[in-house]
Design a protein around this ligand. Structure first.
Ligand SMILES: NC(=O)c1ccc[n+]([C@@H]2O[C@H](COP(=O)([O-])OP(=O)(O)OC[C@H]3O[C@@H](n4cnc5c(N)ncnc54)[C@H](O)[C@@H]3O)[C@@H](O)[C@H]2O)c1
Length: 276
């Protein structure tokens, strides 16, 4: 087998990546993987302690990373972060928009109907998942427009296509991310450069901080909701963070040079299965 051919196709070494929500469960795996591919990684997050620990581990293994504090819902913080990253690494080639998640306050329950969900919680979920992605694309996309090249990978969810019960604002915001990805892919290619590509990964269900309360009960057992998900997942398991890495590296590398505006679903077949 010609390994050098495969290596050159997927080679992203020497690039600089910004990963928003980089300290989270899924995106910390992405930061590690990118660093292992020779990428300098800016872990952008509001959880400073976790981000710092991750960066320490990456650097201790001889790879390059910095932690950058910024709230993705605040454009001026993102702009400050961009200047800091450009100061440290000189350029930015890859943007992963992973900051996101649902909030228990924006989730219907037996006692809280959709009609009574607090407006501030609904707005906060849309703000984080949709505006957090849009603002980040504005700020870092400007650098890509100036450079004439760059890769953006937004993180949506299968709930964009098959809205999950109980999390209305989250599903709607993730659907907006898919729509916006297609818009931005067209805009960047037509207005700036065909070397700027914008795609989305739509993960299936992974047990992480943001959804654990819906999937695992107080005694540590799977909830009824979790059992239904597994029964509707042909591959019969929840995703593991490393399941996203193949799609991520492909989208960041020249192996996907003709791919823009695409949604790559990584869900164990969840969206393919009709239930019968
Ligand atoms: N877990 C799943 O099953 C699943 C499925 C589909 C999509 N996703 C999406 O994948 C992404 C990562 O999810 P995860 O499960 O790893 O979540 P996570 O909660 O582990 O990670 C989210 C990270 O985002 C950071 N963050 C939150 N608000 C922020 C803000 N305003 N500014 C900057 N950073 C902020 C958090 O500190 C955290 O480190 C999210 O966009 C999520 O919606 C998750």
């Amino acid at each position: 087998m010609d390994m050098s051919f495969i290596q050159s196709l997927f080679d992203i070494s020497g690039k600089v990546a910004v990963v928003t929500g980089g300290a989270g469960v899924l995106c910390s795996e992405m930061c590690n993987a990118l660093a292992r591919c020779g990428v300098s990684v800016a872990v952008l997050d509001i959880s400073d302690e976790v981000a710092n620990e991750l960066v320490e581990r990456i650097c201790a293994a001889g790879m390059k990373a910095i932690a950058v504090h910024a709230d993705v819902t605040c454009k001026s913080e993102l702009e400050r972060a961009r200047e800091h990253i450009l100061d440290k690494f000189g350029r930015i080639d890859i943007l992963i928009n992973g900051a996101g998640g649902n909030m228990p306050q924006a989730t219907t329950t037996d006692k809280l109907s959709f009609f009574d969900l607090p407006e501030d919680a609904l707005r906060a979920v849309v703000d984080l998942n949709f505006f957090g992605t849009l603002l980040s694309c504005q700020v870092f996309g400007r650098t890509f427009a100036e450079q004439g090249e760059g890769v953006i990978v937004n993180i949506s969810s299968v709930s964009a296509f098959r809205p999950f019960t109980r999390v209305s604002a989250y599903a709607a915001a993730k659907a907006a991310v898919v729509n916006f990805t297609r818009w931005l892919a067209t805009y960047m290619a037509q207005s700036y450069s065909p070397k700027i590509r914008v795609n989305t990964i739509a993960p299936g269900i992974f047990i992480t901080k943001q959804n654990r309360y819906l999937l695992i009960d107080e005694s540590g057992q799977l909830t009824e909701r979790a059992r239904v998900i597994l029964a509707h997942t042909p591959l019969g398991r929840f995703g593991e963070p490393q399941d996203l890495i193949g799609a991520l590296i492909w989208l960041c590398s020249n192996a996907s040079l003709f791919v823009t505006g695409a949604v790559i679903v990584v869900d164990g077949g969840f969206t393919a299965f009709s239930g019968v």
